[in-house]
Design a protein around this ligand. Structure first.
Ligand SMILES: Cc1cc2nc3c(=O)[nH]c(=O)nc-3n(C[C@H](O)[C@H](O)[C@H](O)COP(=O)(O)OP(=O)(O)OC[C@H]3O[C@@H](n4cnc5c(N)ncnc54)[C@H](O)[C@@H]3O)c2cc1C
Length: 407
């Protein structure tokens, strides 16, 4: 994309996917900070792995961050609000419902297509003189000293050096920048695959998101624009090939068995994509002048739709600290980032892990306890309130951007 590469920056972001691009957008008014975004795959390419056919259930808290980034007004007409969330357990009694009016908000969340978010962010970044999009380019080597980080990148077949006081690794779960910085991860294969597709149903979704737990894993129907629903169906990894190769009619029949008839008949299903699910967690978020963010720091199971929402809260804190700093890679600033983010991350990791383990298990006493839990939750407003605040991303510390303040 860029032909003129200025080698000195204030911040180098490796990875211009959902999270790297969000960080650059969060810094869009920091004109005195020179920012490089190094991205491997061209933005409009069909193989762009971040701005692909998936949808993101944006929490209400993420909406506030989009408002602070001045992107909300453009995004809002292109997305669908979630007014209620219906949680149920296939084959067992018990369900719970969360409703926006109980929380005094106009929606509990919003469903946006990754591709739409990508187009919006890229067109914003291309208008900014202080942000350099270096694409397609990949990171090859990284060295740091007490003052700066130097990276070697390959861009248009040439090797180039970039230097900055701070490098942010946002290059996804298999992050090369993280590896080059020497940060260790814990990884665990969930043994599951998320199959995603869009469907049309007999009845309108009425802005309800359905989360249905089944013995093979969770199944979500998320309300989309044009009366469609986005389906995220978690299946056992060993069944992936079989489900992916079914004819559309056979696939719809299987999906209908799992989901039931809350939306009537499933009339049509679009193209399917499969994502193998693994948990990646990096205990240390910072090493010297390198910080990691997004999937590079934590790749989560999509069960509770928290991965990007959590990362956006990382982005908000990181951008706030960078905006106020002369030296954005100073050790005290990065230590502060770690302190501010750790608690929220731990809470979301625990929640996600518990949901995956408890709701993907058909052990009978556990299934009864689970059903009782859903009924109890449905009958207890205070429990529903805590669950709603968590899914809206409104528990814990409020960064400036979470308070809708632009940086
Ligand atoms: C099926 C599914 C459904 C999901 N649903 C939700 C949801 O509803 N809500 C939610 O909050 N989250 C959801 N998530 C999680 C969300 O998709 C991730 O949190 C988000 O995509 C992470 O973005 P990222 O930019 O950190 O990483 P990625 O999306 O992996 O992007 C990394 C970027 O870095 C680039 N890159 C990679 N290597 C290099 C390199 N060496 N040099 C330069 N660039 C490089 C890549 O090309 C890519 O553009 C879901 C995930 C899945 C799998």
């Amino acid at each position: 994309m860029s032909n003129k590469i200025d080698h000195h920056y204030d911040v180098i972001i490796i990875g211009g996917g959902m999270v790297g691009a969000s960080l650059a957008c969060a810094l869009s008014k920091q004109k005195n900070k020179r920012i490089a975004v190094v991205e491997a795959v061209p933005f409009k390419s069909d193989s762009q792995p971040s701005f692909d056919d998936r949808v993101i259930a944006l929490s209400y808290g993420s909406r506030r961050i989009f408002e602070a980034m001045d992107l909300w007004a453009e995004l809002e007409p292109l997305i669908q609000p979630i007014e209620s969330i219906h949680v149920s357990d296939r084959g067992h009694l018990g369900a719970t419902r969360l409703h926006h009016s109980e929380e005094n908000v106009e929606a509990l969340g919003y469903v946006a297509e990754n591709r739409v978010i990508g187009q919006l962010m890229m067109s914003r970044l291309q208008q900014l003189d202080h942000v350099e999009l270096i694409c397609p380019a990949t990171i090859d080597a990284l060295q740091q000293n007490t003052q700066s980080v130097t990276v070697t990148i390959t861009h248009n077949g040439d090797k180039t050096l970039l230097i900055a006081p701070l490098l942010v690794a946002a290059d996804g779960a298999m992050s090369r920048a993280r590896e080059l910085a020497g940060l260790q991860t814990q990884q665990q294969d969930y043994g599951q695959t998320a199959v995603i597709t869009n469907v049309e149903t007999e009845y309108a979704h009425n802005n309800v998101a359905y989360e249905r737990f089944t013995d093979s894993g969770p199944l979500a129907f998320l309300p989309m624009t044009k009366k469609r629903c986005s389906v995220v169906w978690t299946i056992d990894k060993k069944d992936t090939q079989q489900i992916m190769s079914l004819s559309d009619d056979a696939f719809i029949e299987k999906l209908q068995q799992r989901f039931g008839f809350r939306l009537g008949y499933i009339l049509k299903a679009g193209v399917r994509h499969a994502y193998p699910l693994a948990y990646v967690e990096t205990e240390q978020l910072v090493k010297g002048r390198v910080a990691i963010i997004g999937n590079a720091a934590h790749a989560l199971h999509p069960v509770s739709g928290q991965g990007y929402n959590l990362a956006l809260r990382d982005v908000a804190e990181m951008a706030e600290l960078i905006a106020g700093a002369d030296d954005p890679g100073h050790e005290l600033l990065l230590a502060e980032y770690h302190v501010r983010r750790r608690k929220d991350m731990q809470r979301v990791y625990r929640l996600t892990d518990t949901l995956v383990k408890v709701f993907s298990n058909n052990f009978s006493p556990l299934a009864h306890a689970r059903a009782a839990g859903l009924i109890l939750m449905d009958l207890t407003p205070s429990l529903r309130h805590i669950m709603a605040r968590q899914s809206m991303g409104l528990l814990g510390r409020m960064s400036k951007m979470m308070r809708r303040i632009s940086l």
